[in-house]
Design a protein around this ligand. Structure first.
Ligand code: NDP
Ligand code: GDR
Length: 370
């Protein structure tokens, strides 16, 4: 039985990847962080009582900022495959926590690679590094492929740039099977609530059900190449099953503006949005207002702009070219953007209908929205 170790198993991709590997017969180990509240909601359905026999799903406390912890866990497990998905993954938050982001997303990758080398596992253990389309950042004007140079535009992307190159370097220096998946944005019902797509689908569902009045967003003109996380974890696995270790771009090849995602999500609950602000430079508009908190109401007064969601440096357009992955990995997409939006909206409507029921019975429901 193959053994896999997933860092970041409690995150969106970690949860889907764990499901996929279990379905393929792997023994799956994951690193979870200690937190003051349970943080395993996305993988609770996979939990197996460790006291039982034949358990194939095991969690270990750990943190990518702690080298000795990483070494000990890898030594104990002796994994065949490591998927390094753990990261401070929020681009805007990385401007607030740049040093921590560098420690975890950059040096954390080195800690994994170095642990495998020190433990003499270079011939046994294959490593997948969660690289990102954010590496391209300021490179605009054409579809981005494995050959496109990088120009990171955030502390997150700069940390991931180190992760990318240290993975390539260990592959070349020590002949390790270590690969980068350069994944473009991928979303799902399990997407973290503060990333733009989930923030939008949650808000559309909550507004339709009367839990929320308004949705505040930042730059609506950015364009992203969005796929479904379920399709993208398949690619991660395929990348580690090749004869030779190589890096791959994983993307849909279609890009869409944030405002169009907003329209599509609200259309699912029968709300047609008419963007009054369309065509104007919203960032300049907000900056020109004397009150920095001024919010420009657009779209039937339901969607408004709040300057705090703009980033000091933005990535305007991401559009990936997945030709190599399609040809060499045989990777295929099952979801297009309308199917992704529908999947997310269905899940969030169901979630908040449950809250509606709880509220009608007099129970307190969580009121969190960013
Ligand atoms: P999430 O933010 O959903 O999950 C991140 C995971 O990393 C969580 O399990 C989190 O734990 C864990 N983590 C955070 N800090 C540490 C740390 N110090 N030590 C160990 N684990 C830590 O991200 P996604 O699932 O969306 O993304 C997975 C990976 O892929 C990330 O590396 C991300 O940067 C990268 N990526 C994501 C893309 C996307 O569109 N989703 C695109 C390209 C790359 P906890 O639950 O405790 O917070
Ligand atoms: P991104 O995803 O930065 O591409 O990183 P995010 O969903 O956060 O932003 C996408 C675009 O939407 C704009 N935007 C807003 N973003 C957020 N979060 N909140 C808002 O209110 C808002 N309004 C507009 C942003 O400015 C941006 O242009 C994601 C992460 O998963 C990374 O870990 C991963 O590496 C990349 O995708 C590929």
């Amino acid at each position: 039985m193959k053994k896999a170790l997933i860092t970041g198993i409690t995150g969106q991709d970690g949860a889907y990847l764990a499901e996929l590997l279990l379905s393929k017969g792997y023994e799956v180990h994951g690193i979870k962080r200690r937190s003051s509240l349970f943080n395993t909601e996305r993988i609770d359905h996979l939990y197996q009582d460790p006291h039982e026999k034949g358990v194939r799903f095991k969690l270990h406390y750990g943190d990518l900022s702690d080298s000795t912890n990483v070494i000990r866990i890898i030594q104990e497990i002796q994994p065949d495959e490591i998927y390094n998905l753990g990261a401070m993954s929020h681009v805007r938050v990385s401007f607030d926590e740049p040093e921590y982001t560098a420690q975890v997303d950059g040096i954390g990758t080195l800690r994994i690679l170095e642990a495998v080398r020190l433990l003499g596992l270079t011939k046994k253990t294959k490593i997948y590094q969660a690289s990102t389309s954010e590496l391209y950042g300021g490179v605009q004007g054409h579809a981005q492929s494995e050959e496109t140079p990088f120009y990171p535009r955030s502390p997150y992307a700069v940390a991931k740039l180190y992760g990318y190159w240290i993975t390539v370097n260990y592959r070349e220096a020590y002949d390790m099977y270590a690969c980068n998946g350069i994944l473009f944005n991928h979303e799902s019902p399990l997407r973290g609530e503060t990333f733009v797509t989930r923030k939008i689908t949650r808000a559309a569902a909550r507004i339709a059900l009367g839990f929320q009045d308004k949705l505040y967003l930042g730059n609506l003109d950015a364009q992203r190449d969005w796929g479904h996380a379920k399709d993208y974890v398949e690619a991660m696995w395929l990348i580690l099953q090749q004869e030779k270790p190589e890096d791959f771009v994983i993307a849909t090849g279609v890009t869409t503006r944030i405002r169009d995602f907003v329209r599509m999500a609200f259309a699912e609950v029968g709300i047609e949005l008419d963007f009054r602000g369309e065509g104007i430079d919203e960032k300049a508009y907000v900056a020109s207002c004397s009150n920095p908190e001024y919010q420009l109401p657009i779209g039937k007064e339901i969607v408004a702009i709040d300057a705090k969601y703009f980033r000091p440096t933005e990535v305007d357009l991401l559009l990936g070219d997945p030709t190599k992955a399609k040809e060499k990995l045989g990777w295929k997409l099952k979801y297009d953007l309308p199917a992704l939006v529908k999947d997310m909206m269905d899940a969030d409507i169901a979630l908040f209908k449950r809250d509606q029921l709880l509220a009608s019975e007099g129970h307190r429901v969580l009121n969190y929205h960013e």
